[in-house]
Design a protein. Structure first.
Length: 83
């Protein structure tokens, strides 16, 4: 199932713009993978319920998948050690 709508949080855009070329390419590859299969990420629990994450060394890419709208919103990109 391919996602029809993709959105990015302004905070995600700010963090993404600070990455170097190689890191950006890794993130773009994961974004493509998420768009083709939005349930690929690990579902989060507790305060982050409703979001999913994928790990791309050394970062975690957080996103929300809204099934009813077939939409993915990329929320955060943070270092694994700063959880």
């Amino acid at each position: 199932m391919v996602v029809e709508k993709v959105d990015r949080d302004p905070y995600f855009e700010k963090l993404f713009s600070k990455l170097d070329y190689n890191q950006k390419e890794k993130v773009k590859m994961q974004i493509r993978k998420i768009i083709t299969n939005p349930e690929v990420g690990k579902p989060m629990r507790y305060s982050r319920k409703g979001t999913r994450e994928v790990y791309l060394k050394p970062f975690r890419l957080s996103y929300a998948y809204i099934l009813e709208e077939n939409k993915v919103i990329f929320l955060d990109l943070y270092h694994k050690d700063k959880q």
